[in-house]
Design a protein around this ligand. Structure first.
Ligand SMILES: Cc1cc2nc3c(=O)[nH]c(=O)nc-3n(C[C@H](O)[C@H](O)[C@H](O)COP(=O)(O)OP(=O)(O)OC[C@H]3O[C@@H](n4cnc5c(N)ncnc54)[C@H](O)[C@@H]3O)c2cc1C
Length: 549
């Protein structure tokens, strides 16, 4: 359908704005991935009725489809589409309520377009937290976190977003809003008896997971975090049937999320950061074992390239930190500068945050940790000042963002950006990974969640060079083969999108991939929700849409 006709038809049925000017289309052609896909039109649904009308419209107009967008920070091309993009941050941005529980913890109910940073401001007023926030916490929205099943620095202790979604409102392909939550056996029977589309979804999904149980359970990746494919193994444990587990991480391919009820935790009252500087990676696994004994809330890492980048763009980094006293903060980088001068740039920096319910509990653990680290003869510092701790966290959280905005001629190329293998496999896995990477003359940063064995490798590339596409393809094949050889997952938290959906069949095999296709068909028989993600995709399509320049 021609753009102008499409826009004028949509304007007739929507209260929210409909835009198809060039500037809007260029903005919505991009996320934080390698891809560029221009939408026909961008809409800002004002309310539920608008979304329902959109579903009815695309069902009647063959070839039209709907792709939801929240913060647009996806690293996979997940929110990119050639059809209609729905931006939820403009009107679906109300926090309905934060409900603390007397016994601790609580719940928060929010629209899907609310930015995480705004949600956190409200939860913290009640001393509550959604602990699965990603490093993009300042720029992403909660709908995107759910759709990607995001994780972050506290996931090691608290798990990913899937653990916190207790209820989810979504508009399905029948054009109606449905509420998903965990059901007991009796509730499940009632749902399966329903004569409407929701009943059909429950009947068919129940049959799919029950009849293929062995295949599904065997396909579950043996890692602590996974966002690849559809989470079929999380739906039914024989007692509870929970389609929120399937929806979370499905990248908007099964329906449109409108409202979410999150479980919230009470943050620990005492925490202290230990920074460990590694000259080489030989002792990495031993160190991971030592630190993990103390059950750190976060255990993160970044490499020498990230550190160099942080030093190079120090003024930008300091600005992000918004210090009370800019000179004092700049001064506080002297120890790092001295370390570089006296013993060179560390190969990897590990950040371990230990927490406790009392200062005494924390102090005992810190003393024990100190002992363990001294025995390993590594350089480390226990940070007692909050502003200084923030300095290291900013380096870790902002490295990718800094790289995105400060490279001339080259750009960040996330395509092997989220691999995970079990920590025990790292001593064998990491040298093999390095051998593969060393064959290519690339500049890249590696940061990640070392406690989970999850690494974000971000090369810098000139995408106008035709060789770049070849390298991306070759490296993806080699790295993913290695990850799968070690029983890992091609994506722990960033999800599949355009870049990884074509590898799902390789990761799970033909039979499980067929179940993914069936799942999509049960929810979305006309393929109207975010087509070409998870299933029905090709590497050719992805490479045809690489950002040029
Ligand atoms: C600097 C940086 C750091 C990052 N660090 C991390 C990290 O630590 N961990 C991590 O997991 N990710 C990380 N990411 C990736 C990304 O920020 C997260 O996955 C984030 O949760 C995506 O949220 P968003 O609001 O930007 O979603 P978007 O990019 O807008 O969308 C993401 C996906 O969700 C779908 N979607 C959005 N809204 C809806 C809805 N209402 N209904 C249905 N589907 C919807 C979209 O179609 C798309 O497929 C990082 C990205 C950047 C740029």
């Amino acid at each position: 359908m021609k753009n102008m006709m499409l826009s004028s038809d949509l304007k007739k049925i929507l209260k929210g704005e409909v835009l198809d000017d060039e500037a809007t289309k260029i903005k919505y052609s991009h996320d934080a991935s390698l891809f560029e896909v221009s939408p026909q039109v961008v809409v800002y649904p004002k309310d539920l009725e608008d979304v329902k009308n959109l579903v009815k419209f695309v069902k009647e107009n063959k070839g039209a489809s709907l792709t939801a967008r929240a913060g647009g920070t996806d690293m996979t091309g997940g929110p990119l589409s050639e059809s209609i993009v729905l931006d939820f941050t403009k009107y679906f941005n109300k926090i309905q309520g934060i409900m603390p529980k007397r016994e601790g913890g609580g719940y928060g109910v929010t629209d899907s377009g609310v930015f995480y940073r705004d949600f956190e401001k409200e939860t913290l007023k009640h001393n509550l937290l959604l602990p699965s926030y990603p490093a993009s916490r300042e720029i992403c929205a909660v709908g995107g976190m759910v759709a990607n099943n995001s994780g972050g620095e506290k996931t090691l202790a608290y798990g990913k977003t899937e653990n916190y979604v207790t209820e989810l409102h979504a508009i399905l392909s029948d054009g109606e809003e449905h509420v998903f939550r965990p059901l007991d056996e009796h509730e499940l029977v009632l749902k399966r008896r329903r004569a409407d589309f929701e009943g059909e979804v429950y009947r068919k999904m129940y049959d799919l997971v029950v009849y293929n149980d062995k295949l599904i359970q065997e396909a579950r990746p043996n890692v602590s975090k996974n966002s690849a494919g559809y989470n079929l193994w999380g739906i039914w444990d024989g007692k509870t049937f929970d389609l929120t587990k399937l929806f979370t991480g499905s990248q908007g391919t099964l329906g449109i999320i409108t409202k979410i009820k999150f479980k919230l935790i009470k943050p620990k009252t005492h925490s202290r950061l230990t920074v460990i500087f590694l000259k080489d990676l030989n002792s990495l696994v031993d160190l991971v074992k030592i630190v993990m004994k103390f059950k750190p809330e976060s255990f993160e890492s970044f490499d020498n390239h990230t550190f160099k980048l942080a030093m190079r763009f120090l003024p930008g980094l300091i600005k992000i930190m918004k210090p009370k006293n800019i000179f004092k903060l700049a001064w506080s980088f002297l120890p790092e500068l001295w370390m570089v001068i006296s013993s060179g740039i560390p190969k990897m920096i590990l950040l371990a945050e230990l927490t406790g319910d009392s200062e005494a509990e924390l102090e005992t653990n810190l003393q024990e940790l100190k002992k363990g680290l001294r025995e390993q003869r590594v350089k480390f510092r226990i940070i007692s000042n909050e502003e200084e701790a923030r300095k290291y966290w900013t380096m870790r959280r902002e490295s990718f963002n800094l790289l995105r905005h400060h490279t001339q001629g080259k750009r960040t190329a996330p395509f092997i950006d989220d691999i995970i293998v079990k920590v025990e496999k790292l001593p064998e896995f990491l040298p093999k990974l390095n051998d593969i990477l060393d064959k290519y003359n690339l500049t890249y940063t590696i940061a990640g969640h070392v406690g989970d064995g999850n690494f974000h490798i971000i090369p810098l590339m000139d995408l106008t060079d035709p060789r770049s596409a070849e390298i991306i393809r070759e490296l993806s094949d080699k790295v993913y083969n290695l990850v799968l050889e070690y029983g890992g997952s091609i994506t722990a938290e960033h999800n599949d999108g355009l870049i990884r959906s074509p590898y799902l069949e390789k990761m799970y095999g033909e039979k499980v991939y067929k179940l993914f296709e069936e799942t999509k068909h049960i929810f979305d028989p006309q393929n109207i929700f975010n087509p070409g993600k998870k299933v029905g995709t090709s590497l050719k399509y992805a490479f045809d849409h690489l950002v040029r320049g």
